[in-house]
Design a protein around this ligand. Sequence first.
Ligand code: SF4
Ligand code: SF4
Length: 399
Amino acid sequence: MTTTADLGLYGEIQKYGAADMTACFSCGNCTAICPLSENDATFPRRMIRYAQVGMKDALLSSKELWSCYHCGECSESCPTEADPGEFMAAARRYAIASYDVTGLARAMYLFPVIGTAIAVTLAAFFALFMYTAHGPQDAETLALFQFIPSELIHNLGIVVMVLVVLAGLAGIVRMTRRVAHREGVGLRTVFGDRGAVARSARAAWSSIGRESLAQTRFREECDADPVVPWYRRRWLIHALVMWGFLGLLAATVLDYGLELIGVKATGTPVPIWYPVRLLGTVAGLALVYGSSVMIVERARRANRSVLKSDPSDWTLLALVWITGVTGFAIELALYLPQPPAWGYWFFLFHVAVAMELVLLAPFMKLAHVVYRPVGLFFAALAREPEAVPTGRQVGVADG
Ligand code: SF4
Ligand code: SF4
């Protein structure tokens, strides 16, 4: 990969929220204190240096960007108060915007007014689009899928998913090509022979299973503040939001699956203990609790990781919270003895915001759901013996 200096890089990352790093004199305290920085995968000092000297390709091809969970320990140890933890968060925003081919992520990050306008307009568009095809509101039972036909939601959902997969894939390919080239990883390294496949399988398990789904390193190495009670621990709150989101997605897919195999039509009344309904309820509880704690902690600036908030952080949290809370309102309406008319409007609003959340996922912080496991996969692969060269040197000292 050709290394060219981009003299505007540092200023560009500042636009994404990085503090003034001119005071940083590369002492390396931040890297030394970071609980996740190790061996070849050293950060944040190396990342900061890339930005200072304009090494854009090196920065965007760094798997290390995605190993940081923004605990903020490095920022506390920095003698010049350059806030390296926030730099890492800003660099990830910059990376998400750079991998995005549409330019939408950049617009949403750099122009909060435009970002808010896009969010509001999209929700209004989905709501109006569905409203134009709405049916009658049954006063006896809450017939949600008579009000908004399930076929319409289904077809709109397919269009949204196709757009998301296309945008997400384009970003993932751009990121993976950069990191793979930097790490010297090719298809042969991953699938070349039985040993390669075994190493890749272990790296996939470590990055997706242990670190992403089970949050092992976040829990054990990056969230060790004994003062915070267990129900407010960052790893737990993050896990609840993630598992809540995945649970709701699974419940939605299962619901359509049951209709496809003829078990029950979507919208058929079921008791609260019906397995798919129970899964949706538990997942919804996790999502609402997790996102509510995140909002309160961020508003109170309760820990080092939320001392600063980007407008995009609030937009994402608002969308997640609204999706969860309106979902619960619908569930409440479904089990009330007399179906309330507001149940229909909450349903319309819920579907519109949920569609919007999914559609905007590749252009917001939520994109880390796919970028982080890819970065962690390369990091885990580099730890495997005889797997790959230990990363290419690109002209900046380790650490
Ligand atoms: S601790 Fe890190 S960010 Fe702070 S001056 Fe040293 S190298 Fe720079
Ligand atoms: S914020 Fe935490 S995980 Fe991220 S670089 Fe700093 S010390 Fe490491």
